[in-house]
Structures are given as structure tokens and as C-alpha cells.
Design a protein around this ligand. Structure first.
Ligand code: GL2
Length: 793
């Protein structure tokens, strides 16, 4: 692959690394630590990003086209060094440089802190989108919060989840440029005054939002966009009067309060944290971003009516939904636009992506909270709501109702396009949460099925598979992932299959070594079965562990039987306040403890639960996986993106007809996908049956036996909350789907015995998953929602 940008004539990458080591870090090679090397490498790579970054900005200004602004509370970027190196085509050179010094390039790269500025799929999607927007040349900015502490670090104590603060910023990294000149004053509270014919909001409290920019380089360094993260600062660093009066804590209070806004990422996934601070965070970054966007527009144009033709703003979920009212406020109150015209202009700019149907995740804020923090916005929402009611006299949906301000309907009414993230989810959105708004505004809802960037999730994470693919079909697939289709005929080529299987096995050996270092010996020839994602009842990790217990019991009945040895891998964090999810973690660890130490069965079945699942761990687990567990209750997982990463890397899915599983199955072929369980409609119908769980348990003796084992204390505690839930209300239909899940799991094992055929199916999964590139998704947003054009330098 080619090295695209050499910034300083005559300077090789190797020279640049050594120069930075010496002059930027003040270190001699003989005494350099891994961190020194990593920083020297990062700075040398960063130098090679700056020119394409500037060139992209210049091209955007020259073209005067539309810019895209992606507003997201979360950007789960993980590590950036490897991504950037891979995208610049410099991986081989870097490996050679460190080889020559008896150092391992990957180890150096792994020294980088993993920036966990997101919870899960939604945040990781935003990070994949940034990379794809740069790759396809979509002029864009990502806007978010520069959290001091990202998602908590997870450890296990006695099997229970412990949480410690994450502190990525305490470790050196090279990616951000502080921009003190880009600071905005953001207000909260106060009063609304009418001065002449103008309405003016006079906030009571203000903080400064200061910008930090990270360049995001696309494939082959052709284009680079900016991720701009806001950090909260006090307007006055400290209160000198209070200090002089001896009130030292009080003197530091303004600073502490202001900084609180960008201190921590809310560790909640899909559930809303109804706190004042959360709303403050949302307004803080949304308002700063909008001011920045309008400032950039004003630098170039003086006609506000053309705003929607120059600016596309995407709201990643309802978290930045206050953007609608705030943009109206800025245009009307501050720029003097007529109110209705301001609403129209705002709507012309805004798009809203919905990421979940879980009703608890559609944010709402109490009217009192809104009035006390954002009084002018409340008035604007009331006015928009009244206009909506007048235009649709038969409407039932309201923007303010039940004592709350409803951010889902606000995002919907203020956006010209609303999208779901998989075909199934978009369909369900139209039928359920947004049924009425869809009737009032037909054609506003569109679908943009999620995607993942192949640069990180195949090229960087799985070099063995990437090498094999490139050898077989050239490297065009990295850019145009649907070229993987050319691999299809090779599924029937025994030699290719052997090489494909050898790459998978080598990845499994790596993972086995990693788990071995953590104290768990696993057989690399066992079937590696992986479920990694946030822990949530709807994702049903408890269904998986119940099946594991039942399997263990059967093996124990007949240890000499012809079993397929397997390793069940779990990974994921539970929101600290989500008691049930934490019980599931405790149960998995308790079961692991017993099963892994059972001399009758431990050569056949192991349970691994490495702690602190994050992007880096995903990059290790996915290339080694053979089975991908995508077993959510149908209708609950909006899309999933892990499911796509696994399929691309040749793991076969066992899954329900939920989220993007449906599209994965259509594309890879029903024969190469292990389907089980009820459909979304069947789930709804099943819940209407009295005692549906008890009935299902009565018909599934294996489930009953597994539940009895838990209840009788086989795994230490009795986990009553879990057994009572599954045998009681069982809203997520674990019991009702168990028997079919068991059947599909056995089908998997039968298939696994025929290794040649298994590999054939795996190759077909890789070959047919090219559509799931986030490049395709981004092109969809560009044409269906943003009306943005790709540029090049
Ligand atoms: C999520 C969905 O749960 C998940 O299915 C989807 O793939 C991602 C990205 O669209 O969004 N919604 C959500 O609130 N979180 C998700 O991961 N946190």
C-alpha cells in the first residue's frame, strides 16, 4: 500500500520518529520508554496528517459546498494511532522501524490510552462515521464533549462488577490541538426580557466552552475532517474575595462547578439519566457547536436564508435535540430572523437519528427543570408546539405533555429527515414510537442501516485475514468493501479455505495466549463463541448463560460423549445503577468459576469473561471469534454493529430476527446464519399469554434444570432476582425463546464438526458482508438527508 504524504522533503518516517524522540520529547533512544516511542511515532504520524487536513479545509472553503456537522454526546474513538498509521499506508514502515530496534510496533501502539468517550454502539457508530466521512471526502465536523473521564473502568471482585474512574487524559497523547481562540460563553438559567421588539435571554450562570480539535484522517490520507470536542471552563478561575476572606474551598467553587459539565460521560446505555447535569451537558455542547457553525457560516455568507443549503446538522439521538429550539433562538432572537422563517431554516438544516425504541431512552425533561435552566427555550418550544397543533388540529402527539418536555417529538418536528438505523427498526419506528408523527409527516422517516469502518475492523484489527484477502483479490476492497464479493467462488476452493482457516486459527491462538496471561487456559482448537456488548436484559446475556449451564449439565451426564469443545466468551459493562444487569454479570462469573474448575468437563467447556471490555478488547476478540451471539429479544436491538464486525471477520451468527441481523441474514444467506426465536410480532403476542414463561419452562426441561441448579445454590448465591424474573414476568422472553435457542446452538455444533463446510460458510460471511461498510451508510446520509457532495483535494 502506498505512502501518500511525505510532509518534509527528504525526511523519512524513520528520521521523523527519531527527531521527535530527541527534540519534542528530549529523550535519547537508549533510554526511551515505550511511551516515549509511542509519542514520537504519534507526532511523526500526526505531521503527516496536518497537510491533508489543511488541504481538505482549503478545498471545502474553495468549493463553498455544504458542510456536515455531526452532533453526538459520544464518540467512542478508542485508540487513534494505529488507525492513522494504517490509513496513511505506513504500517509496514513502522513495523520495520521498530523491528530494527527489537521492539514490537503493536506493543508500542497499544501503549496509547483507549479514549472511551462513549458507552457502546451509538458512540462507536459516531467514530466509524467520522472515519468514513473522511474516507469518502464528505466535508464534516464531529462535535462532542471532551470528557475528562470516559466510561468507567470495570474490574471484578468476587465476580461482581467494580467501577473505577477512567482517566485517559492523564496519559500523554498527541491528537488534540487546543483552540483557545474558539471559546464561547454558554448560559444557563436567568430570565427572559422583552426589550423593544426583541426578546433577550439573560442567563444567570455562564461557563466557557473551549474547543479541542482532533484531525480524523481517511483512507490513504486523501481527506481529513475535524472532531471538535468542547471542554467546560469557568469564566473566572477563582473568587479572590472569598479566597482573601479565608474561604479557600468556596473560592475554588466556580471553577469546580463549571468543570463538572465536561467531567464525566454518563455511564448509562439506552436509559436516560434524568439529572440537571445531563441536560446541562447536552445544552453546553449543542449550544457551543451551533455558535461555531453559525460563526463559520457568517465568515462566508451574509444571507441567513441560504443556511440550509450550506449547513447540515445531524442529531445523534435525542441528546442534542435542544439544537432545534437553540437554533431558532439564535436565528430569531440574535440574528433577527422572523420566527417562522427561523423555524423553517432550522428544520432545513436538521436531521435526527433515532437509535432505540426503548421508551425509557426517549428523553424527557420536567417543565420545571427546563424553565429553571433554559427558560427561553421553553417558550420557543411552546410556540413551536402551538404552531404544530394549529397546523394539525387532529394531532394527539404533543411536545410538552405529562409535565414533561418531550425531546423525541421535538427532535422529530424540528428535523426535515428522521432516520432509523436498520430496516426493521425504521419500520417499527413508523408503527410504534413515531406512528402519529409519521402519519402527520409522511416521507420524513427514512432508513440508513448502520455500518462499520473496514479500515479499523478488518484491515487494522485482523491483519492475517486482510493479508489473505488482498493476496486473493487485491486491495480495492478496503475502499470498496463490496469487492469482497469476489471471494465468493473461493469458498469452494479447498486451498483458500485452508489459508482462511489458518488465519482464524492463528487469531485464536493469540486470544488463547491473552486469556492464558489472565489465568484462564483455553484450547485454541475449541469453538470460540463470543457475546460482547453492553449488559442489558434485552440483549439477553442471561439466555446465553442459561444455555451454557444446560450444556454443562448434559456434558456432565455423559462426559465421554462426542462433544464439540467450546469456549464461551463474554465481555461488557453494566451501567452502575442497573442492578439487574450487574446480577447477570455476577451470575456469569459465578458459573464460570464452577464450570472452569470442573475436572469432568473443563476440557470441553470453558467460560471466559475478561474484564473492562472496550474498543481495544473488541479488536482482539472479534478476529478470533467463530460464533457471534446476537440474541436480543426481537424488536429491541435497533441495529447492532458488532453483529456486522463479526460477520465480516468470518464468525457465523446465531441470532434472532432483530435489528440488522435481518439484513445480515438476507445478505450472507439463510444457510449461513443460525436463526432462532420469535419475531418482533410474535414477542408482542407471546406477552399477552398468561404465564407465558411458566408454560415455556414446563415445556423446556433443560431450562428448568438449569434454573433449578441456580436456585439450589450450585453457583454459590441463588440469584433469585434472575430466576424469579425469567420464570415470572419475563418481559424479554428468555424462557419462551430458550428451547429454540438450544436447538440452534446444537445445530451450530453439528455444523462445526464439518470444518471444511464451516470455513466455507465463514468465507461466504466475509464475502457477502461488504454492504455493511460505513462508507455505504455515509453515502446514504449524504444523498438522502444531508444533500452534501463529496470533495477531494
Ligand atoms: C444503540 C442501539 O442500541 C444499537 O442497536 C445500535 O446499533 C446503536 C447505533 O445505532 O445505537 N442505541 C443506543 O441508545 N445505544 C446503542 O448502542 N446506546
Amino acid at each position: 500500500m502506498k505512502d501518500v504524504h511525505v510532509p518534509r522533503p527528504g525526511e523519512t518516517l524513520s528520521d521523523a520518529i527519531l527527531q521527535h524522540l530527541k527534540y519534542s520529547l528530549g529523550k535519547d533512544a537508549a533510554h526511551a520508554t515505550t511511551t516515549d516511542w509511542r509519542m514520537a511515532l504519534s507526532l511523526a504520524i500526526r505531521d503527516r496528517i496536518v497537510d491533508p487536513w489543511f488541504a481538505s479545509t482549503r478545498a471545502t472553503y474553495a468549493k463553498q459546498g455544504k458542510r456536515v456537522y455531526y452532533l453526538s454526546m459520544e464518540f467512542l474513538i478508542g485508540r487513534l494511532l494505529e488507525d492513522a498509521t494504517v490509513n496513511l499506508g505506513l504500517m509496514d514502515e513502522v513495523a520495520e522501524f521498530f523491528d530494527d530496534r527489537s521492539l514490537d510496533a503493536r506493543m508500542v501502539m497499544q501503549d496509547e490510552p483507549d479514549a472511551a468517550l462513549g458507552n457502546g454502539g451509538l458512540g462507536r457508530l459516531a467514530a466509524c462515521f467520522l472515519e468514513s466521512m473522511s474516507t469518502v471526502g464528505c466535508p464534516a465536523y464531529g462535535y462532542g464533549i471532551r470528557y475528562e473521564h470516559g466510561l468507567f473502568k470495570q474490574s471484578f471482585e468476587g465476580g461482581r462488577q467494580m467501577e473505577a474512574p477512567e482517566d485517559w487524559l492523564t496519559e500523554a497523547h498527541a491528537w488534540e490541538f487546543e483552540r483557545p481562540e474558539s471559546s464561547y460563553r454558554i448560559g444557563f438559567g436567568g430570565a427572559v426580557k422583552v426589550l423593544g421588539n426583541r426578546t433577550v435571554w439573560q442567563p444567570e450562570e455562564t461557563v466557557l466552552a473551549r474547543a479541542y480539535d482532533m484531525p480524523m484522517i481517511g483512507w490513504q490520507g486523501r481527506w481529513a475532517n475535524t472532531l471538535r470536542l468542547w471542554s467546560a471552563r469557568p469564566e473566572t478561575v477563582f473568587d479572590l474575595d472569598r479566597f482573601n476572606a479565608g474561604d479557600y474551598y468556596g473560592a475554588a467553587e466556580p471553577e469546580a462547578l463549571a468543570r463538572t459539565i465536561s467531567r464525566v460521560l454518563y455511564p448509562d446505555d439506552t436509559t436516560e439519566e434524568g439529572k440537571r447535569l445531563r441536560l446541562k451537558q447536552e445544552f453546553f455542547f449543542t449550544a457551543a457547536s451551533l455558535r461555531d457553525i453559525l460563526r463559520r457560516f457568517e465568515d462566508e455568507y451574509d444571507d441567513w436564508s441560504i443556511l440550509p443549503s450550506k449547513v447540515a446538522i445531524q442529531l445523534n439521538d435525542t441528546h442534542p435535540a435542544i439544537a432545534g429550539p437553540e437554533l431558532v433562538r439564535l436565528l430569531h432572537d440574535e440574528k433577527g430572523m422572523d420566527f417562522d422563517a427561523a423555524v423553517e431554516a432550522a428544520r432545513g438544516c436538521l436531521g435526527y437519528t433515532n437509535h432505540t425504541l426503548l421508551p425509557e431512552a426517549l428523553e424527557r425533561w420536567s417543565i420545571e427543570l427546563m424553565r429553571s435552566l433554559l427558560p427561553r427555550h421553553l417558550q420557543i418550544i411552546e410556540r413551536i408546539d402551538a404552531a404544530h397543533a394549529a397546523a394539525h388540529p387532529d394531532r394527539k402527539v404533543v411536545l410538552i405533555g405529562d409535565g414533561d418536555v418531550q425531546m423525541g417529538p421535538i427532535a422529530f418536528t424540528m428535523a426535515h429527515r428522521v432516520n432509523g438505523v436498520s430496516a426493521l427498526h425504521t419500520g417499527l419506528m413508523k408503527e410504534t414510537v413515531f406512528a402519529e408523527l409519521n402519519r402527520l409527516h409522511p416521507n420524513r422517516i427514512v432508513n440508513e442501516t448502520n455500518g462499520i469502518t473496514p479500515r479499523r475492523w478488518v484491515l487494522a484489527a485482523n491483519p492475517r485475514l486482510s493479508g489473505l484477502i488482498t493476496e486473493a483479490i487485491g486491495d480495492g476492497w478496503v475502499d470498496d468493501l463490496e469487492e469482497l464479493m469476489q471471494l465468493e467462488p473461493m469458498a469452494d476452493d479447498a486451498q483458500f479455505r485452508d489459508e482462511y482457516a489458518a488465519a482464524k486459527r492463528a487469531n485464536k491462538v493469540d486470544l488463547a495466549n491473552y486469556l492464558g496471561q489472565q489465568g484462564l487456559a483455553v484450547d485454541p482448537d475449541a469453538m470460540f463463541d463470543v457475546q460482547i456488548k453492553r449488559i442489558h436484559e434485552y440483549k439477553r446475556q442471561h439466555l446465553n448463560i442459561l444455555q451454557t449451564i444446560a450444556l454443562w449439565q448434559e456434558i456432565k451426564d455423559d462426559p465421554k460423549g462426542d462433544w464439540v469443545p467450546q469456549v464461551k466468551v463474554f465481555g461488557g459493562k453494566a451501567a452502575p445503577g442497573y442492578v439487574f444487569a450487574k446480577e447477570i454479570i455476577f451470575l456469569i462469573n459465578a458459573v464460570a468459576e464452577v464450570i472452569n474448575n470442573d475436572p469432568d468437563t473443563s476440557h470441553l467447556l470453558k467460560v471466559a469473561y475478561p474484564a473492562n471490555y472496550n474498543v481495544t478488547l473488541a479488536e482482539r476478540l472479534i478476529p478470533a471469534a467463530e460464533v457471534s451471539q446476537q440474541i436480543s429479544t426481537a424488536g429491541k436491538e435497533a441495529s447492532g454493529t458488532g453483529n456486522m464486525k463479526f460477520a465480516l471477520n468470518g464468525a457465523l451468527t446465531i441470532g434472532t430476527l432483530d435489528g440488522a441481523n435481518v439484513e445480515i441474514r438476507e445478505l450472507v444467506g439463510a444457510d449461513n446464519f443460525f436463526l432462532f426465536g420469535m419475531t418482533a410480532q410474535e414477542v408482542v403476542a407471546r406477552r399477552q399469554i398468561d404465564d407465558h414463561a411458566a408454560k415455556a419452562i414446563a415445556e423446556a426441561p433443560r431450562l428448568k434444570r438449569a434454573m433449578d441448579a441456580i436456585a439450589s445454590g450450585t453457583f454459590g448465591e441463588r440469584f433469585a432476582s434472575i430466576t424469579e424474573n425469567v420464570s415470572g414476568d419475563d418481559y424479554f422472553c428468555v424462557a419462551s425463546d430458550f428451547a429454540d435457542y438450544w436447538r440452534a446452538s446444537r445445530d451450530l455444533e453439528v455444523a462445526y464438526r464439518d470444518q471444511a463446510d464451516w470455513t466455507r460458510m465463514a468465507v461466504l460471511n466475509t464475502a457477502r458482508s461488504g454492504w455493511f461498510s460505513s462508507d455505504r451508510t455515509i453515502r446514504g446520509y449524504m444523498s438522502d438527508i444531508w444533500g452534501a457532495e463529496a470533495l477531494s483535494v
